[in-house]
Design a protein around this ligand. Sequence first.
Ligand SMILES: Nc1nc2c(ncn2[C@@H]2O[C@H](COP(=O)(O)OP(=O)(O)OP(=O)(O)O)[C@@H](O)[C@H]2O)c(=O)[nH]1
Length: 347
Amino acid sequence: MRDRRRRHRRARHRRLAPRGRAGRRRRRAAGAEGPVQVSETPIETPMPGEPQRCGLVAIVGKPNVGKSTLLNALVGQKISITSRKAQTTRHRITGIRTVGAVQYVFVDTPGFQTRHSTALNRSLNKAVLGAVGDVDVVLVVVEAGKLAPADEKVIQLLKPGIPAVLVANKLDQVNRRAELAPWLQDVQARHAFAEYVPMSAKNAKDIERLFAIVGKFLPEQPWFYEEDELTDRSEKFLASETVREKLFRLTGEELPYTSTVVIDKFDEEPSPKHGRFIRIAATIIVERDGHKAIVIGDKGERLKRIGTEARQELEKLLGAKVFIELWVKVRTGWADDEARVRSFGYE
Ligand SMILES: Nc1nc2c(ncn2[C@@H]2O[C@H](COP(=O)(O)OP(=O)(O)OP(=O)(O)O)[C@@H](O)[C@H]2O)c(=O)[nH]1
């Protein structure tokens, strides 16, 4: 036990500049941002003598099938933003969960784009391709009872030799359960997945079952992360994701997905009163003047609400007093401009 703790302490020191194969895989999968521990979740202790297992799990699927909802349920904490609007996930995000002796390192991916070839969409697709080629198991998320051409395109990306599990999500929305069996048989006839799991990302029992299924595919090796770490994304990244989620939630269908958030300032200041005090300045980038008006809302009401909701959520997430200043800027055609896409943080 003491040995394991010592190893973990060493791992903690390595976290900022991990070396070796594990570190390389981790960096490739996660992007090069600083680590963060965002909250405490109850962790099951491993059985004595049980060897540690650990591996990367990619979550892929066309937009809006519930990938981010699934990741958040698996990690037990909101790491990836979710909304009713398709294409809200722009980055590969790792969520980490240690259950018993098994550590799952989840890689979330953007919805694979098949329709438009903008610089933004090319960057999103590159992230998907990178994710499926370098993991221990891939979860392919589709909506239960549906296998659209866009789903087939995602399935075509799978690499031979890497096991893939079909997650038929949103089972709760299937009215006629009897029709699901023939659908599953049809899918089985067409695609050789290692497992077929009809489930709902919103059902805790299904999530538990998925852990057991996925765990079988992870190799015996020491954990990559501390047992209570949930993500290795930086707090700055979580701040931009939180503002972006509030932006999409509060603007609904009015705002196109080519709107983004750039964090201009993320400063932690000493505060005897609050412990941690974080000052954030963020810019919401939109394509047109009309979109800017939508974001700002009547007398600035909407922008104020986006800021308030983001602040409240970040205060809980970061365990700090947070002050947020929001700006809105128009940058026409940014999603078509490779340099701009890169400057806003996409690879
Ligand atoms: N009824 C039901 N709704 C779900 C389930 N899983 C996800 N959803 C909903 O489906 C919508 C899309 O979920 P997301 O998790 O944002 O989907 P995504 O695949 O990450 O979407 P992109 O970011 O566009 O790729 C949200 O409104 C979720 O609440 C489920 O099991 N049942």
